[in-house]
Design a protein around this ligand. Structure first.
Ligand code: 4AD
Ligand code: MG
Length: 481
């Protein structure tokens, strides 16, 4: 078997037939008769399978028997124009090598469709389905496009730490990092746990955001971004929350809130366009999948647009830009508010719930909405304070079907204001002295935001549960695989 391996994606696009090729992959289906067997082979390079034609007489009976759904094989053969329907080219097999069998009695992925819930339980094998192949190829494409977008825009990729001593969002939803012996904790004289004996000599946790460190980078490199895992111990068992998720956090010196909004809108449009330009086979598959899934739904739950149309729609129009105060007015005067249909009340001062965000986006504006200037009480300590004394220069970007996809702000760059807010909120200054110092030495107006990577992937793939767009989801009571 000396022929160099080709990827199925390249062969299917090939116009140059009648040549020797080698492919390796996993059998999706096998059909045929006593003379000839047709194998649909997939190697993950594309959603499409290549057809391998095996003349039974030329091969051992046992080999043919073992080529079942899920088995892994290598095929040497001739790439020829296909006579059959459904494909342009196929491979006429000359040699077949079997790497691994997959006993049909126990291999869980048989031909029939499986529910996403079932596939979550076999997340180690779900990559081998069309749906998850498509999702994870798109996830890769989006990660690549993010780096390309920022690289082309003079941003530097900054690796911020995963273990930190501070709580960037101040929400107290952190996973502790410690090497102390839980059964025998060292105590101080006051009976508290003595963290000076811990690995880092202080209390540490997994980061909830790389923002604070990204800000340090931005005050020298101008434009930076982080793209890494973040961890939140919030007990939210929703289709949009993970305990471990990936976040993209650009941070830009000399940007005000308007520049921040321009960047957020431009980036999201770039990423969606990238998916449309580069992932069409997978998007078409996922679009069809959704259409099938929605056949069983009642009329009022069916989406108005198919997946690809929905993505194209985002590119067409400017995002709406409103203040939190305007958003509250719209919500108060809305039909669901008047009919008492919202589960959570709407008053100036409350945080917007997902039902409110989706009303603004899906019913009122019918396009993405950027909301700014939230009450300071419901936002983090670092946001720039407005002159009204009540609001801060926060920015949330709301998307159809998702709700909040981006959270960010202009940052408070005035030392005294920031120090006062940190005190007011009861955050120990010893945890943040280094952050405050950037406001002491050459401070500049600056802004940034965080894009939830999985929420972006949810939107682009049309999947409805965040557990289905990350390879191995971590959620409350679940860290299998
Ligand atoms: O709004 P958040 O909490 O903002 C920050 O962490 C800022 N430090 C970002 C910044 O300004 N640099 O989170 C940002 C985004 C949210 O809009 C959401 O898309 C996503 O991260 N996100 C989650 N995604 C999945 N699971 C969770 N538990 C998430 N929490 C936030
Ligand atoms: Mg937020």
């Amino acid at each position: 078997m000396e022929q160099r391996r080709s990827f199925i994606k390249d062969l299917l696009q090939s116009t140059e037939a009648d040549r020797n090729v080698n492919v390796k992959g996993w059998v999706r289906t096998k059909r045929g008769n006593k003379q000839v067997v047709f194998v649909a082979l997939n190697d993950g390079s594309t959603i499409n399978n290549i057809q391998v034609v095996i003349d039974v007489v030329n091969f051992e009976e046992n080999l043919i028997k073992n080529i079942t759904t899920g088995a892994s094989i290598s095929v040497n053969g001739t790439l020829v124009k296909s006579m059959g329907k459904g494909q342009n080219v196929e491979i006429q097999a000359k040699e077949v090598e079997l790497y691994g069998t997959a006993d049909p009695e126990s291999y869980p992925l048989q031909k029939k469709g499986h529910t996403l819930e079932f596939l979550r339980e076999i997340a180690h094998l779900r990559f081998r389905t069309n749906t998850f192949g498509a999702v994870f190829r798109i996830r890769h494409a989006m990660a690549f496009a993010i780096h390309k977008y920022f690289n082309d825009g003079n941003f530097y990729y900054l690796h911020t730490p995963i273990v930190t001593g501070s709580d960037a969002e101040g929400a107290g939803e952190m996973f502790r990092v410690s090497t102390l012996d839980f059964k025998n904790l060292p105590k101080t004289e006051d009976g508290e746990i003595n963290y000076t004996e811990d690995f880092f000599g202080k209390e540490t946790n997994l980061t909830v955001s790389g923002q604070l460190e990204a800000e340090l980078g931005a005050t020298a490199l101008s434009n930076v971004y982080t793209f890494g895992p973040t961890f939140r111990a919030e007990n939210s068992n929703t289709p949009r929350h993970l305990a471990e998720f990936w976040m993209i956090e650009p941070e830009m010196a000399f940007y005000d809130i308007h520049d921040n909004m321009d960047l957020a809108e431009d980036m999201l449009k770039y990423l969606i366009k990238y998916a449309l330009d580069n992932c069409m086979d997978d998007l078409k598959f996922l679009e069809n999948r959704l259409i099938q899934e929605e056949k069983n739904k009642p009329q009022n739950e069916k989406s108005e647009m198919a997946l690809i149309e929905k993505l194209e729609f985002i590119l067409k129009d400017d995002f709406a830009r409103i203040s939190y105060t305007e958003a509250i007015d719209i919500l108060k005067n809305s039909k669901p508010a008047k009919k008492g249909k919202f589960q959570f009340p709407v008053n100036w001062g409350v945080d917007l719930q997902s039902e409110h965000e989706r009303y603004l986006v899906e019913k009122h504006y019918k396009k993405p909405v950027m909301v700014t200037d939230y009450p300071k009480e419901i936002k983090a300590f670092y946001m720039k304070q407005n002159d009204d004394g009540k609001t801060v220069r926060a920015l949330d970007v709301l998307f159809p079907g998702i709700g909040e996809i981006i959270g960010g702000s202009q940052r408070e760059e005035v030392y005294d204001k920031l120090a006062t807010r940190i005190k007011e909120m009861g955050i120990p200054e010893k945890d943040l002295w280094w952050y405050l110092e950037t406001r002491k030495f050459g401070t500049v107006p600056h802004s940034g935001f965080g894009l939830g990577f999985e929420r972006l992937i949810l939107f682009v793939t049309g999947m409805s549960n965040i557990r289905d767009v990350i390879p191995f989801p971590r959620t409350p009571k679940n860290a299998e695989f």
